[in-house]
Design a protein around this ligand. Sequence first.
Ligand SMILES: [Zn+2]
Length: 161
Amino acid sequence: MARLTIKSSTEGDATVYVLGGSVTAGAGDVLVKGTKNAAKHCAFDWDDVILANSDGLREWSAFFGPFAAGREVVFRRCRPGVVASFNMIPACVKGGRVDSLYGAFFCPECRKEHDCLLVVGTDVKPEVGLVRELGCPWCGDGSPELNLPEDEFFQILRWGR
Ligand SMILES: [Zn+2]
């Protein structure tokens, strides 16, 4: 389990934080140090974070509550495992907004799995769930199904500020 890493860059007037490794014990220190000069608008990119455990998530939510106060914060590219953890702990997301996330899909046609990036507003809507057909990247056919009930998986989208 590689510890959490954080890299910052600027996108217009926003600070973008690319996270990597795992959100585990010690993540809080990394986050506090890594976000010292955060702008009012911030994005956290979760693409490279595969794992988050309960110690790490406790530290994340302790960090994120105060951090999000007075800021506009979006989450990008959250992986299914991280989404599942967030769904159990609303404090991880509260004060922020999810812009995009990966759903884990299974194709009944070719019986393969894949993660598909879903953009909120285009592919999925908070009160509706999936709003368009997403083809299978393996067989180009079929109607892949989300491996969890939509209601359950997309909970975090309904926890806006
Ligand atoms: Zn398929």
